[in-house]
Design a protein around this ligand. Structure first.
Ligand code: UT7
Length: 331
């Protein structure tokens, strides 16, 4: 019997119009363009400024882009997963709203969160459903409005994060393309190094607390510790997935790595011996968009990707959580 795999058949994206440049950040915190570019590779990021608009707004726009590009029909979708660390609300799920708004009337929908690894882990979930024959058309959206939890007086975080969304459709494939292998890990002892303390069940907002004034409202990151763990672990899983599948640097067409810091991506590429022209990169224009980095890469590189290309996806994020996925591009 021919093996059934989960292949990507369409992509779409959305980034907000407002562009927060390094020059503008220079007027907000004690930083400068040279430091940000040399330490992170970021020149600008997009911010969703309009009041009352959240992650779902960008997710819906990304799906509309996908539907327009591919001529796929929303009523044929079986499942909608929104990978996000910044849902619209504590309850209900962002995915429920997105699915209804895009007209996925025959689908069920839920959110999935593992910080910057949300989309990568979502790819694994989607593959399992499709390989098992349970569902046929699954929409995986990575969307985050990071600006909703960033302190724009904290130069350690405000220079890194941006907002955006990407959407990817997965369908069954019997040509040997799509998802091939994965290596995913978490280590909960890392959660203190990248966190938002306030507003969850351990430390909910109480009467009198004010968002932004109450300690713990914003993202706090111990950058150096996260950086070291990201470099080590992302490179490690990429090496493992190559070894396990007898892949050499010559067989790899692309590295699609989470866009958190150009130095982390460069270190990963260098460990597996890849030249720059095989490394997808758009961090300079969007910064770190958490769950959206991988689908935004696919949307930006869609015209260069060819059927059969070997793509290694990798991510590292809060939790800690990390991993690598080996996929063959299907169109
Ligand atoms: O997506 C989730 C995972 N997140 C990540 O992967 C992020 C990982 N971490 C990083 O990308 C980096 O650690 C940062 C970009 C956050 C910081 O870069 P760094 O090279 O680790 O800088 P640092 O925190 O060690 O600071 C070096 C120096 C310090 O000055 P001194 O003590 O050497 O005088 C900082 O005060 O740079 C200073 N500094 C800045 N200077 C200008 C820190 N932030 C800034 C800034 N502008 N924005």
């Amino acid at each position: 019997m021919t093996k059934r795999t989960a292949a990507i058949t369409a992509v779409g994206k959305y980034v907000p119009e407002y562009t927060l440049t390094n020059k503008i950040l220079e007027t907000m915190v004690d930083t400068n363009d040279e430091w940000i570019v040399s330490r992170t590779g970021i020149s600008e990021r997009r911010i969703l400024k309009e009041e009352g608009k959240g992650t779902s707004f960008m997710a819906i726009k990304a799906v509309e882009d996908l539907l327009k590009n591919s001529k796929k029909k929303s009523e044929d979708i079986d499942l909608v997963i929104v990978a996000t660390a910044t849902p619209d609300m504590q309850a209900a799920s962002t995915a429920a709203f997105v699915a209804s708004e895009i007209g996925a009337t025959n689908a069920f929908a839920y959110d999935l969160d593992s910080a910057c690894s949300s989309f990568l882990f979502g790819m694994s979930t989607v593959a399992a459903y499709i390989e098992a024959g349970r569902y046929k058309k699954i929409l995986l959206i990575g969307a985050d409005k990071n600006s909703s939890m960033i302190d724009y007086a904290d130069r350690a975080t405000c220079i890194i994060f941006g907002d955006g969304a990407g959407a990817v459709l997965f369908e069954p494939n019997t040509e040997g393309l799509g998802m091939q292998d994965e290596y995913l890990r978490t280590d909960g002892s890392g959660r203190e190094f990248l966190r938002v303390e306030k507003g969850g069940s351990v430390n909910p907002y109480k009467k009198g607390d004010v968002f932004g004034e109450t300690e713990g409202s914003f993202v706090k990151q111990e950058g150096k510790t996260v950086f070291k763990n990201a470099v080590f672990n992302m490179a490690d899983v990429c090496e493992k997935i190559l070894e396990r599948n007898s892949l050499t640097k010559e067989n790899v067409s692309w590295l699609a790595a989470h866009q958190a810091n150009k130095r982390i991506i460069d270190a990963t590429a260098s460990r597996i011996g890849l030249d720059d022209d095989k490394v997808m990169m758009n961090i300079e224009k969007y910064g770190n968009t958490t769950s959206a980095t991988l689908p935004l890469l696919m949307a930006d590189y869609e015209s260069k990707l060819k059927k059969g290309d070997t793509v290694i996806f990798a991510a590292f994020g809060g939790g800690f959580s990390w991993g690598a996925i080996y996929l063959k591009w299907a169109y």
